[in-house]
Design a protein around this ligand. Structure first.
Ligand SMILES: [Zn+2]
Length: 366
Protein backbone atom coordinates (compact mmCIF):
# COMPACT_ATOMS: atom_id res chain seq x y z
CA UNK A 1 0.00 0.00 0.00
CA UNK A 2 1.58 3.23 -1.10
CA UNK A 3 0.44 6.75 -0.37
CA UNK A 4 0.85 8.77 -3.56
CA UNK A 5 2.26 12.23 -3.15
CA UNK A 6 0.07 15.18 -4.08
CA UNK A 7 1.54 18.53 -5.08
CA UNK A 8 0.45 21.83 -6.61
CA UNK A 9 0.82 21.53 -10.39
CA UNK A 10 1.84 25.19 -10.56
CA UNK A 11 4.33 25.85 -7.70
CA UNK A 12 5.07 22.26 -6.60
CA UNK A 13 3.93 22.88 -3.02
CA UNK A 14 3.18 19.52 -1.30
CA UNK A 15 -0.41 18.92 -0.19
CA UNK A 16 -0.61 19.89 3.52
CA UNK A 17 -0.66 17.05 6.06
CA UNK A 18 -3.01 18.77 8.50
CA UNK A 19 -5.67 20.51 6.42
CA UNK A 20 -7.83 19.90 3.34
CA UNK A 21 -7.51 22.87 0.95
CA UNK A 22 -9.18 22.46 -2.43
CA UNK A 23 -6.52 24.55 -4.16
CA UNK A 24 -2.97 25.58 -3.38
CA UNK A 25 -2.89 28.04 -0.43
CA UNK A 26 0.41 29.31 -1.80
CA UNK A 27 -0.44 30.22 -5.40
CA UNK A 28 -4.06 29.20 -6.07
CA UNK A 29 -2.96 26.36 -8.36
CA UNK A 30 -4.56 22.94 -8.71
CA UNK A 31 -3.34 19.89 -6.80
CA UNK A 32 -2.67 16.56 -8.49
CA UNK A 33 -0.99 13.21 -7.90
CA UNK A 34 2.61 13.59 -9.04
CA UNK A 35 3.47 9.88 -9.34
CA UNK A 36 1.81 7.03 -11.17
CA UNK A 37 -0.43 4.63 -9.26
CA UNK A 38 1.21 1.64 -7.64
CA UNK A 39 -0.38 -1.49 -9.12
CA UNK A 40 1.01 -4.86 -8.05
CA UNK A 41 -0.51 -8.25 -8.90
CA UNK A 42 0.83 -9.70 -5.65
CA UNK A 43 -1.00 -7.11 -3.58
CA UNK A 44 -4.51 -7.69 -4.96
CA UNK A 45 -6.80 -8.57 -2.04
CA UNK A 46 -9.42 -10.95 -3.42
CA UNK A 47 -11.36 -10.89 -0.16
CA UNK A 48 -11.92 -7.12 -0.22
CA UNK A 49 -15.10 -5.79 -1.88
CA UNK A 50 -15.16 -3.87 -5.19
CA UNK A 51 -12.47 -1.25 -5.66
CA UNK A 52 -10.85 -2.13 -2.32
CA UNK A 53 -9.21 -5.27 -3.69
CA UNK A 54 -6.95 -2.77 -5.46
CA UNK A 55 -6.33 -0.72 -2.33
CA UNK A 56 -2.57 -0.72 -3.03
CA UNK A 57 -3.29 1.49 -6.05
CA UNK A 58 -5.71 3.95 -4.41
CA UNK A 59 -2.97 6.24 -3.10
CA UNK A 60 -4.26 6.18 0.49
CA UNK A 61 -2.17 5.76 3.62
CA UNK A 62 -2.37 2.37 5.40
CA UNK A 63 -4.29 3.93 8.30
CA UNK A 64 -7.03 5.53 6.16
CA UNK A 65 -10.43 4.07 7.09
CA UNK A 66 -12.54 2.41 4.38
CA UNK A 67 -15.78 4.23 3.56
CA UNK A 68 -17.56 1.91 1.14
CA UNK A 69 -21.01 1.11 -0.20
CA UNK A 70 -19.73 -1.78 -2.31
CA UNK A 71 -18.72 0.35 -5.31
CA UNK A 72 -16.87 -1.25 -8.22
CA UNK A 73 -16.86 -4.81 -9.56
CA UNK A 74 -19.37 -3.83 -12.26
CA UNK A 75 -20.26 -6.25 -15.08
CA UNK A 76 -18.66 -6.18 -18.53
CA UNK A 77 -21.37 -7.22 -20.98
CA UNK A 78 -20.97 -7.87 -24.72
CA UNK A 79 -23.44 -6.67 -27.32
CA UNK A 80 -23.47 -6.22 -31.08
CA UNK A 81 -23.05 -2.72 -32.45
CA UNK A 82 -22.39 -1.79 -36.06
CA UNK A 83 -21.45 -5.37 -36.93
CA UNK A 84 -18.93 -5.66 -34.10
CA UNK A 85 -18.98 -7.24 -30.66
CA UNK A 86 -18.51 -4.38 -28.18
CA UNK A 87 -17.91 -4.80 -24.43
CA UNK A 88 -19.98 -2.44 -22.28
CA UNK A 89 -18.78 -1.65 -18.76
CA UNK A 90 -21.93 -1.15 -16.70
CA UNK A 91 -20.79 1.65 -14.39
CA UNK A 92 -24.41 2.68 -13.92
CA UNK A 93 -24.79 -0.29 -11.56
CA UNK A 94 -22.69 1.39 -8.86
CA UNK A 95 -24.44 2.15 -5.51
CA UNK A 96 -25.85 5.56 -6.45
CA UNK A 97 -26.21 4.79 -10.16
CA UNK A 98 -23.02 6.27 -11.55
CA UNK A 99 -19.26 5.73 -11.87
CA UNK A 100 -18.75 8.67 -9.48
CA UNK A 101 -19.03 6.31 -6.51
CA UNK A 102 -15.56 4.88 -7.18
CA UNK A 103 -14.03 8.32 -6.76
CA UNK A 104 -16.28 9.44 -3.93
CA UNK A 105 -15.40 6.35 -1.86
CA UNK A 106 -11.71 7.27 -2.06
CA UNK A 107 -12.26 10.98 -1.40
CA UNK A 108 -14.63 10.33 1.51
CA UNK A 109 -12.17 7.86 3.05
CA UNK A 110 -9.47 10.51 2.77
CA UNK A 111 -11.70 13.16 4.39
CA UNK A 112 -12.44 10.86 7.33
CA UNK A 113 -8.71 10.15 7.72
CA UNK A 114 -8.28 13.90 8.21
CA UNK A 115 -11.03 14.05 10.80
CA UNK A 116 -13.42 16.04 8.64
CA UNK A 117 -17.03 15.88 9.84
CA UNK A 118 -18.66 18.50 7.64
CA UNK A 119 -17.96 19.46 4.03
CA UNK A 120 -19.45 21.42 1.16
CA UNK A 121 -19.69 20.42 -2.50
CA UNK A 122 -21.23 21.91 -5.61
CA UNK A 123 -22.89 19.72 -8.18
CA UNK A 124 -26.26 19.47 -9.78
CA UNK A 125 -25.69 15.91 -10.80
CA UNK A 126 -24.18 12.51 -10.16
CA UNK A 127 -21.22 13.77 -8.14
CA UNK A 128 -23.57 15.47 -5.68
CA UNK A 129 -25.82 12.43 -5.37
CA UNK A 130 -22.79 10.23 -4.78
CA UNK A 131 -21.29 12.67 -2.28
CA UNK A 132 -24.54 12.76 -0.30
CA UNK A 133 -24.70 8.94 -0.08
CA UNK A 134 -21.10 8.48 1.04
CA UNK A 135 -21.42 11.37 3.51
CA UNK A 136 -24.38 9.54 5.05
CA UNK A 137 -22.30 6.37 5.17
CA UNK A 138 -19.38 8.19 6.80
CA UNK A 139 -21.45 10.20 9.26
CA UNK A 140 -20.28 13.42 7.64
CA UNK A 141 -22.58 16.41 7.31
CA UNK A 142 -22.88 17.28 3.60
CA UNK A 143 -23.88 20.72 2.36
CA UNK A 144 -24.43 20.78 -1.38
CA UNK A 145 -24.94 23.90 -3.47
CA UNK A 146 -26.92 23.43 -6.65
CA UNK A 147 -28.17 25.76 -9.36
CA UNK A 148 -31.81 26.71 -8.83
CA UNK A 149 -32.77 25.11 -12.16
CA UNK A 150 -31.37 21.71 -11.16
CA UNK A 151 -34.14 19.25 -10.44
CA UNK A 152 -35.28 15.74 -10.85
CA UNK A 153 -33.95 12.43 -9.56
CA UNK A 154 -30.40 13.60 -8.82
CA UNK A 155 -31.59 16.35 -6.47
CA UNK A 156 -34.01 13.89 -4.89
CA UNK A 157 -31.08 11.54 -4.23
CA UNK A 158 -29.13 14.30 -2.45
CA UNK A 159 -32.09 15.14 -0.24
CA UNK A 160 -33.06 11.61 0.69
CA UNK A 161 -29.48 10.88 1.76
CA UNK A 162 -29.83 13.79 4.17
CA UNK A 163 -27.60 16.40 2.54
CA UNK A 164 -28.43 20.04 3.19
CA UNK A 165 -29.18 21.31 -0.30
CA UNK A 166 -28.93 25.03 -1.02
CA UNK A 167 -30.30 26.37 -4.28
CA UNK A 168 -28.49 29.29 -5.89
CA UNK A 169 -30.22 31.60 -8.37
CA UNK A 170 -28.61 32.26 -11.73
CA UNK A 171 -26.10 30.37 -13.88
CA UNK A 172 -23.97 27.39 -12.92
CA UNK A 173 -21.09 29.81 -12.30
CA UNK A 174 -23.11 31.58 -9.59
CA UNK A 175 -23.27 28.28 -7.71
CA UNK A 176 -19.51 27.80 -8.01
CA UNK A 177 -19.01 31.36 -6.75
CA UNK A 178 -21.23 30.76 -3.71
CA UNK A 179 -19.37 27.62 -2.72
CA UNK A 180 -15.96 29.26 -3.15
CA UNK A 181 -17.12 32.06 -0.86
CA UNK A 182 -17.99 29.47 1.80
CA UNK A 183 -14.58 27.81 1.31
CA UNK A 184 -12.86 31.17 1.78
CA UNK A 185 -14.72 31.51 5.08
CA UNK A 186 -13.18 28.24 6.25
CA UNK A 187 -15.55 25.48 5.12
CA UNK A 188 -14.01 22.25 3.80
CA UNK A 189 -14.71 22.23 0.06
CA UNK A 190 -14.63 18.56 -0.96
CA UNK A 191 -14.72 19.39 -4.66
CA UNK A 192 -14.87 16.39 -6.99
CA UNK A 193 -13.23 18.54 -9.67
CA UNK A 194 -10.41 20.15 -7.64
CA UNK A 195 -9.38 17.32 -5.29
CA UNK A 196 -7.39 14.63 -7.17
CA UNK A 197 -8.04 11.73 -4.77
CA UNK A 198 -10.97 10.31 -6.73
CA UNK A 199 -8.95 9.77 -9.93
CA UNK A 200 -7.28 6.74 -8.32
CA UNK A 201 -10.76 5.34 -7.67
CA UNK A 202 -11.74 5.76 -11.32
CA UNK A 203 -8.53 3.95 -12.33
CA UNK A 204 -9.90 0.74 -10.78
CA UNK A 205 -12.19 0.46 -13.83
CA UNK A 206 -9.12 -0.44 -15.89
CA UNK A 207 -7.94 -3.14 -13.47
CA UNK A 208 -11.39 -4.72 -13.64
CA UNK A 209 -11.52 -4.51 -17.44
CA UNK A 210 -8.16 -6.23 -17.62
CA UNK A 211 -9.37 -9.00 -15.26
CA UNK A 212 -12.67 -9.41 -17.13
CA UNK A 213 -11.16 -9.50 -20.63
CA UNK A 214 -8.03 -11.37 -19.65
CA UNK A 215 -6.08 -8.84 -21.72
CA UNK A 216 -5.88 -5.13 -22.42
CA UNK A 217 -8.63 -3.84 -24.73
CA UNK A 218 -7.61 -2.22 -28.01
CA UNK A 219 -9.81 0.84 -27.48
CA UNK A 220 -11.81 2.38 -24.63
CA UNK A 221 -14.60 4.90 -25.26
CA UNK A 222 -15.30 7.37 -22.43
CA UNK A 223 -17.74 10.31 -22.00
CA UNK A 224 -15.80 13.49 -21.12
CA UNK A 225 -17.06 16.57 -19.22
CA UNK A 226 -14.42 17.66 -16.71
CA UNK A 227 -12.53 14.58 -17.87
CA UNK A 228 -11.84 13.12 -14.40
CA UNK A 229 -12.97 9.68 -15.54
CA UNK A 230 -10.68 9.85 -18.59
CA UNK A 231 -7.75 10.91 -16.38
CA UNK A 232 -8.37 7.99 -14.03
CA UNK A 233 -8.65 5.52 -16.91
CA UNK A 234 -5.49 6.83 -18.56
CA UNK A 235 -3.58 6.56 -15.29
CA UNK A 236 -4.98 3.11 -14.54
CA UNK A 237 -3.70 1.69 -17.83
CA UNK A 238 -0.37 3.43 -17.19
CA UNK A 239 -0.15 1.66 -13.84
CA UNK A 240 -0.91 -1.71 -15.49
CA UNK A 241 1.81 -1.07 -18.07
CA UNK A 242 4.27 0.07 -15.41
CA UNK A 243 3.60 -3.21 -13.54
CA UNK A 244 4.19 -5.12 -16.82
CA UNK A 245 0.66 -6.55 -16.64
CA UNK A 246 -0.12 -5.16 -20.10
CA UNK A 247 2.31 -4.20 -22.85
CA UNK A 248 0.25 -1.59 -24.72
CA UNK A 249 -2.05 1.15 -23.50
CA UNK A 250 -5.40 1.08 -25.35
CA UNK A 251 -6.42 3.91 -27.64
CA UNK A 252 -8.59 6.20 -25.54
CA UNK A 253 -11.55 7.91 -27.23
CA UNK A 254 -13.09 10.89 -25.43
CA UNK A 255 -16.71 11.75 -26.27
CA UNK A 256 -18.34 15.15 -25.82
CA UNK A 257 -21.76 16.55 -26.66
CA UNK A 258 -21.42 18.75 -29.76
CA UNK A 259 -23.37 21.57 -28.07
CA UNK A 260 -20.58 21.96 -25.50
CA UNK A 261 -17.39 20.30 -26.68
CA UNK A 262 -14.36 22.41 -25.67
CA UNK A 263 -11.76 19.63 -25.53
CA UNK A 264 -12.95 18.12 -28.81
CA UNK A 265 -12.75 21.61 -30.37
CA UNK A 266 -9.15 22.13 -29.26
CA UNK A 267 -8.16 18.60 -30.24
CA UNK A 268 -9.67 19.11 -33.69
CA UNK A 269 -8.73 22.74 -34.39
CA UNK A 270 -6.00 23.70 -31.94
CA UNK A 271 -6.31 26.66 -29.56
CA UNK A 272 -8.54 28.52 -32.01
CA UNK A 273 -11.17 25.85 -31.36
CA UNK A 274 -11.98 27.57 -28.07
CA UNK A 275 -13.03 30.71 -29.97
CA UNK A 276 -16.20 29.06 -31.23
CA UNK A 277 -16.90 26.63 -28.41
CA UNK A 278 -20.38 27.17 -27.00
CA UNK A 279 -21.99 26.32 -23.66
CA UNK A 280 -25.03 25.10 -25.51
CA UNK A 281 -27.98 23.20 -24.08
CA UNK A 282 -27.60 19.45 -24.29
CA UNK A 283 -29.62 16.52 -23.03
CA UNK A 284 -26.24 15.06 -21.98
CA UNK A 285 -26.15 17.40 -18.97
CA UNK A 286 -23.43 15.44 -17.17
CA UNK A 287 -20.78 16.40 -19.73
CA UNK A 288 -21.85 20.03 -20.16
CA UNK A 289 -18.62 21.63 -18.90
CA UNK A 290 -17.65 24.79 -20.73
CA UNK A 291 -14.18 25.28 -19.17
CA UNK A 292 -12.82 21.97 -17.87
CA UNK A 293 -10.40 22.54 -14.99
CA UNK A 294 -7.78 20.10 -16.32
CA UNK A 295 -8.66 20.20 -20.01
CA UNK A 296 -5.01 20.34 -21.08
CA UNK A 297 -4.10 17.23 -19.08
CA UNK A 298 -7.15 15.34 -20.35
CA UNK A 299 -6.25 16.22 -23.93
CA UNK A 300 -2.67 15.04 -23.47
CA UNK A 301 -3.83 11.80 -21.80
CA UNK A 302 -5.85 10.94 -24.90
CA UNK A 303 -3.31 12.17 -27.46
CA UNK A 304 -0.53 10.11 -25.84
CA UNK A 305 -2.48 6.90 -26.59
CA UNK A 306 -3.01 7.74 -30.28
CA UNK A 307 -6.61 8.25 -29.27
CA UNK A 308 -8.98 11.00 -30.29
CA UNK A 309 -12.01 13.05 -29.32
CA UNK A 310 -15.35 12.85 -31.07
CA UNK A 311 -18.47 14.98 -30.67
CA UNK A 312 -22.08 13.81 -30.87
CA UNK A 313 -25.13 15.91 -31.76
CA UNK A 314 -28.43 15.84 -29.88
CA UNK A 315 -30.29 13.69 -32.41
CA UNK A 316 -27.65 10.99 -32.17
CA UNK A 317 -27.54 11.14 -28.37
CA UNK A 318 -31.25 10.35 -28.19
CA UNK A 319 -30.97 7.68 -30.88
CA UNK A 320 -28.07 6.15 -28.96
CA UNK A 321 -30.15 5.91 -25.81
CA UNK A 322 -32.78 3.91 -27.73
CA UNK A 323 -30.19 1.64 -29.34
CA UNK A 324 -28.66 0.88 -25.94
CA UNK A 325 -32.10 0.30 -24.42
CA UNK A 326 -32.88 -2.11 -27.28
CA UNK A 327 -29.96 -4.18 -26.00
CA UNK A 328 -31.14 -4.01 -22.37
CA UNK A 329 -28.91 -1.15 -21.19
CA UNK A 330 -30.84 1.55 -19.26
CA UNK A 331 -28.64 4.64 -19.25
CA UNK A 332 -29.01 8.41 -18.96
CA UNK A 333 -28.39 10.55 -22.07
CA UNK A 334 -24.90 11.51 -20.85
CA UNK A 335 -23.93 7.85 -21.13
CA UNK A 336 -25.75 7.35 -24.40
CA UNK A 337 -23.27 9.57 -26.26
CA UNK A 338 -20.92 6.60 -26.49
CA UNK A 339 -23.22 4.86 -28.98
CA UNK A 340 -22.66 7.30 -31.82
CA UNK A 341 -18.98 7.51 -30.85
CA UNK A 342 -18.73 3.76 -31.48
CA UNK A 343 -20.23 4.30 -34.93
CA UNK A 344 -17.74 7.09 -35.68
CA UNK A 345 -14.62 5.10 -34.80
CA UNK A 346 -15.49 1.40 -35.06
CA UNK A 347 -13.86 0.80 -38.45
CA UNK A 348 -10.57 2.48 -37.59
CA UNK A 349 -9.58 1.53 -34.05
CA UNK A 350 -7.98 -1.58 -32.48
CA UNK A 351 -10.26 -4.28 -31.06
CA UNK A 352 -11.65 -5.28 -28.68
CA UNK A 353 -13.55 -2.07 -27.97
CA UNK A 354 -14.84 -1.29 -24.48
CA UNK A 355 -17.43 1.48 -23.96
CA UNK A 356 -18.08 2.92 -20.49
CA UNK A 357 -21.78 3.34 -19.58
CA UNK A 358 -21.45 5.94 -16.83
CA UNK A 359 -24.89 6.73 -15.41
CA UNK A 360 -28.27 5.07 -14.88
CA UNK A 361 -31.43 5.75 -16.84
CA UNK A 362 -33.15 6.37 -13.50
CA UNK A 363 -31.16 9.63 -13.29
CA UNK A 364 -33.12 11.21 -16.09
CA UNK A 365 -36.76 10.30 -16.24
CA UNK A 366 -37.75 12.35 -19.24
ZN1 LIG B 1 0.88 26.33 -5.77
Amino acid sequence: MTEIEIRCTNCNQPYPIDSVPYKCPNCGGIFDHIDGYHFDLDEIDDHAPGIWKFRMALGLSPTTPVISLGEGNTPLVWAKAFGQDIAFKLEYLNPTGSFKDRGTAVTMSFLKSRGINEAIEDSSGNAGASFAAYAARAGLKAKIYIPDYASGPKRYQMEIFGAEVTRIQGKRSATAEAVRKMADLGATYASHAYLPHGFAGFATITYEIWEQLGEAPGTVIVPVGQGSLMLGIGRGFQALKQAKVISEIPHLIGVQALACAPIWAVFTNGASGLMWTTEGETIAEGVRIYRPLRGDVVLKTVADTNGMFVAVDEKNIIAGRSELANRGFFVEPTSAIVWNAIEQVVKNVPKPIVAILTGSGFKSLN
